[in-house]
Design a protein. Structure first.
Length: 103
């Protein structure tokens, strides 16, 4: 779990706390923490209390966005750290169609 810098923080339009994700996914917060440990989600420390938060764009209703875990695995295998993955995922690229869905 990374502590995020202001540049990366500004790229992500909305964040969710782990208990909120647990409620949305109808799972225990310990399971959300496990998803983070397993690399299926990225959680960073941010805000005044440095609470762990996940980009809201990673959650689609009552599930994790399809294909996110695979994308994170590929980026991690290519040597990206959590902060670099967030920058890659949320920086607009005119050569690619679309960006993560914004909430």
């Amino acid at each position: 779990m990374t502590e995020i810098d202001a540049k990366i923080d500004a790229l992500v339009p909305a964040w969710l706390h782990l208990p909120d994700i647990a409620e949305m996914l109808d799972i225990e917060v310990t399971r959300v923490r496990q998803l983070v440990r397993e690399g299926q989600l990225i959680a960073v420390r941010r805000g005044e209390n440095r609470a762990l938060q996940v980009p809201a764009a990673f959650i689609d209703g009552d599930k994790v966005v399809k294909g996110l875990a695979g994308t994170l695995t590929l980026l991690r295998d290519d040597g990206y750290n959590d902060e670099e993955m967030l920058e890659w995922l949320f920086t607009p690229d005119s050569t690619l169609p679309g960006t993560p869905r914004r909430r």
